[in-house]
Design a protein around this ligand. Structure first.
Ligand SMILES: C[S@@+](CC[C@H](N)C(=O)[O-])C[C@H]1O[C@@H](n2cnc3c(N)ncnc32)[C@H](O)[C@@H]1O
Length: 406
């Protein structure tokens, strides 16, 4: 399997066993701690879907327990028998050498790990002070047992099962907890996620739209030869981001903007895109939305105060003090209802060689459409007017706030 397809295939095949590397967790958490050194102080952190025998989230927070001033760390793991992609069963020494070990429960029950005290009297609280037990059930995050832990904690942090991301997201939102979780870029424009981004209830974390390396089960094909410290395979997954509702610096940084005239004259990325698409450097208006198309984030003009459509990658730089998000559109979605209602059913689709491609513009769905023909992709024509749809867009307004340099 090509690494590029991994996330999509993981969802379809319900492959969930992707383990986050210590350094990726550290890099992400540093962003929150740097913004607010007390972000985790006196907090109860729940790490669901995290078996410390295999996962680095517990290791990371146990190692930083004192520095962060944590009150309690709770991790829960999911029973081997309940996993969709089981791989091979590995009983760890941690479990088998413990007096609590129960052969009847080891595969069918989830486990709970708690860290809140220096139980071995070493003078510090660390991973050796983890207390553990079997859960009553399999550790499913949707169970009453884990739900209760969620309700009692302050912050939920994890890389949830990829195939259940949206369900997991709703599970956190309904509890109104603080969270930092890994997901993929597809979820950004989801009907159940985007409205929360638009209303600034949640935002993107530090690592945004990155290709991330995960440890994986042997059954997964990967292109990386090295293995992690536990000897597991490593593989790359593209378009990964973190979702959160905890503050970080990035969210308060202003994007440096040029005027429309300066972008047209000097912005190389914008000039290249415009020449490729329209053969001319200009800000186009959509045919079906009352907004202008800004095909690259760096070309958002400082002197345009109306609605602009920008690529989804804008969210990686979104500062709510600088911009307001008013909607998003993709083929299937129109969050924010800015569409003029114009239909393209009567537009006939053509390949670039001029032969019909058997489609009409009804396949655009709700995508923003521009009067153009880039000379590369199929175009749609009616009465001599050629149109093409853009990729999904986010609609924004520049608030016009000046950057506070003090
Ligand atoms: C993407 S992996 C991440 C593991 C770990 N959080 C990490 O990042 O290293 C998701 C984990 O969730 C577990 N899982 C799958 N379905 C679950 C469910 N319904 N409830 C709880 N955990 C589940 C999987 O077995 C898997 O170990």
């Amino acid at each position: 399997m090509a690494d590029n397809d991994r996330m999509v295939k993981a969802k379809k095949s319900k492959k969930n066993e992707f383990y986050t590397r210590y350094e990726d967790i550290e890099k992400e958490m540093n962003a929150y701690v740097e913004y607010n050194p007390d972000v985790f102080r006196d907090k109860i952190i729940l790490l669901p879907c995290d078996d410390p025998e295999w996962s680095n989230f517990t290791k990371y927070f146990a190692a930083n327990f004192k520095r962060f001033g944590l009150k309690k760390l709770i991790s829960t793991s999911y029973a081997f028998d309940s996993k969709v992609d089981k791989g091979s069963y590995q009983l760890s020494l941690f479990e088998s050498e413990s007096p609590k070990f129960d052969i009847k429960k080891t595969k069918s029950h989830g486990k709970i790990f708690i860290l809140d005290d220096d139980i071995n009297g070493s003078g510090k609280i660390d991973i050796d002070d983890l207390k553990w037990d079997y859960l009553e059930g399999d550790g499913d995050f949707r169970s009453d047992e884990v739900r209760k832990l969620r309700d009692e904690c302050d912050i939920v942090i994890t890389n949830p099962p990829f195939s259940l991301f949206l369900e997991f997201f709703e599970w956190i939102m309904e509890a109104k907890k603080q969270f930092i979780i890994i997901g993929d870029m597809n979820a950004v424009s989801d009907l159940h996620v985007f409205p929360h981004i638009m209303s600034n209830e949640i935002w993107m974390g530090e690592a945004f739209n990155v290709t991330m390396t995960f440890a994986m089960d042997e059954s997964y094909e990967t292109s990386i030869k090295e293995r992690d410290k536990l000897g597991r395979k490593l593989g790359k997954v593209p378009a990964i981001c973190w979702y959160t509702n905890i503050e970080l610096r990035k969210r308060h940084e202003y994007i440096n903007l040029m005027t429309m005239a300066d972008n047209i004259k000097y912005n190389k990325a914008f000039i290249k895109k415009c020449i490729e698409k329209y053969g001319k450097v200009e800000y186009k208006k959509y045919d079906n939305y009352d907004a202008i198309e800004v095909p690259v984030v760096s070309a958002i003009p400082s002197d345009y105060k109306e609605i602009m459509g920008v690529p989804m990658s804008f969210l990686g730089n979104y500062n709510p003090e600088q911009f307001t998000i008013v909607g998003t559109v993709s083929a299937s979605q129109n969050e924010g209802s800015l569409n003029s209602g114009k239909k393209y059913n009567k537009y006939i689709g053509y390949k670039q060689d001029g032969t019909p491609n058997g489609r009409t513009g009804s396949t655009f769905g709700k995508c923003p459409v521009i009067i153009m023909d880039d000379g590369k992709h199929p175009y749609y024509e009616k009465d001599g007017i050629r149109v093409q749809a853009t990729y999904p867009r986010i609609f924004i307004i520049n608030k016009g706030e000046e950057k506070n340099e003090s």
